[in-house]
Design a protein around this ligand. Structure first.
Ligand code: ARG
Length: 460
């Protein structure tokens, strides 16, 4: 005999190994609220379409609410024989309500049901991730405000390149996170359509009002091809991709913090509450937490690869492969939420060691490019200016001097166009304060951007 009371097709007990293998209840139970909300909407529509009576709808609704409360209170018995949350809830409803419960699945398949539940879950999850992005952005802007006037070395190839405002450096992550925010917003727009009523793959001969359930569930529209509606989870891959880019951005921030907090750099101090020690070396104060943000990126990328592999080459129509989607969307969501929270914690407890940074600012010829641009302003062609400054840098390196320490006569020996005002253009601070292009990394631009972001993020 089959395990589920309504199944008559199969004979004999299912194999125990196979029951464990096919079940998803152990992980899809976290969809229960969405499953129940979806079922109530479906039942309401069935009653409005006279496919069930009002009384049956009332019994179904009350029963489902009771089940939801039992699950929330931890009193519900999840039995693997029901395979997934959809059948577990339905079986419990039938036990409570008898024939009313048996009508709930009218005109519905688990295929359109699960596609609906996952979309409902993801819609909420996206909002949750978005709010965590905003909180982190706000912390970054706050920190940027404290350090807009302070200059640090900017790097390319991890070699000192040009001076930048610490504020601009921090705001660079706000920009990235903003794109992450919008990617998620877009993902939500695409997924927010109702597959309910698509049935197993071909729709139904019953007069289901698909627009009604879509409206009840807050979807912006319905899907318009029942085969596609049950056989693609492209939105799951997209969601995980969006999470992957967030992970990538956070891992870059984490990497910077690991480097900048090392004694080799000494740029930032992270509060002790975010540091770990060593079991052996008594002096250690490690930023393991940032290393883990970097490391956990692997989990999210892993889920993206897995999700893409799950989707690849499936024959049209629903296939059970898709049940595996949940493992990966949940993994990506949980990981990214934790990484966003902890990144915010670190940022809100972090200080830049501005005195130490300033003391080392004039190492590494951060002013060389601005020097070349000074020569351009004196009508020297840029390629010549590049060569002139390159020669001066080589000389300084040999003599262990800085560009600003060369006398005007020495400078003039290399290029007659150089005048006394060159000194206003040398030194990291002069350079950073001299940036005039829109979006440059100087204190002036940083302050304008901080104003913009403060207003922008307040609106969220
Ligand atoms: N639990 C499945 C999933 O997550 C839904 C079940 C559909 N199963 C079926 N045999 N048609 O995709």
């Amino acid at each position: 005999m089959a395990e589920k009371s309504w199944e008559k097709r199969l004979s004999g007990e299912p194999d125990k190994l196979m029951v464990d293998f096919v079940e998803s209840l152990s992980f899809d139970q976290r969809l229960y609220k969405y499953d129940i909300v979806g079922s109530i909407a479906h039942a309401q529509m069935l009653s409005e379409q006279k496919l069930i009576t009002k009384e049956e709808f009332r019994q179904i609704k009350d029963g489902l609410i009771e089940i939801s409360e039992e699950i929330a209170a931890g009193h519900f018995r999840f039995e693997k024989k029901y395979e997934d949350i959809h059948m577990a809830v339905e079986a419990a409803l039938i036990e409570k309500t008898g024939s009313a419960g048996k009508k709930l699945h009218t005109g519905r398949s688990r295929n359109d049901q699960v596609a609906t539940d996952v979309r409902l879950w993801m819609r909420d999850e996206i909002e949750c991730v978005q709010s965590k992005i905003t909180l982190l952005q706000k912390e970054l802007v706050k920190l940027a405000e404290n350090y807009a006037d302070n200059i640090m070395p900017g790097y390319t190839h991890l070699q000192r390149a040009q001076p930048v405002s610490i504020g601009s450096y921090l705001l660079s992550f706000v920009e990235r996170l903003e794109r992450d925010f919008f990617r998620l917003k877009n993902c939500k727009i695409l997924l927010n359509v109702s597959p309910l009523g698509s049935g197993a793959l071909a729709g139904s001969t019953l007069p289901l009002d698909r627009k009604k359930t879509a409206e009840l569930l807050g979807f912006s529209d319905i899907t318009y091809n029942s085969i596609d509606a049950v056989s693609d989870r492209d939105f799951c891959a997209e969601f995980i991709f969006d999470c992957s880019l967030i992970a990538s951005h956070l891992s870059g921030l984490a990497e910077d913090l690991i480097l900048y907090s090392s004694s080799e750099f000494g740029f930032v101090s992270v509060d002790d509450v975010y540091c770990t020690s060593s079991s052996m070396m008594p002096q250690k104060r490690n930023l393991d937490v940032a290393e883990l943000i970097r490391g956990k990126t692997g989990r999210v990328y892993g889920s993206l690869t897995a999700m893409l592999a799950i989707l690849k080459g499936q024959p049209s129509g629903y296939n059970r492969d898709m049940q595996e989607d949940k493992i990966h969307i949940f993994n990506a969501a949980d990981t990214i939420e934790a990484c966003l929270d902890i990144s915010r914690g670190i940022i809100s407890n972090m200080k830049f060691n501005v005195t130490d940074i300033e003391a080392g600012l004039n190492e590494g010829f951060l002013d060389a490019t601005a020097f070349a641009e000074y020569l351009v302003k004196k009508s020297v062609p840029f390629r010549e200016a590049h060569g002139i400054v390159g020669t001066l840098v080589a000389k300084c390196e040999k003599e262990k001097r800085k560009l600003s320490e060369l006398g005007l006569d020495e400078l003039k020996q290399t290029c007659l166009a150089i005048e006394q005002d060159v000194y206003d253009n040398l030194g990291a601070s002069n350079v950073a304060n001299g940036y005039i292009t829109e979006g440059a990394a100087g204190p002036k631009q940083a302050k304008r951007q901080i104003e913009y972001w403060t207003k922008q993020l307040e609106k969220r």
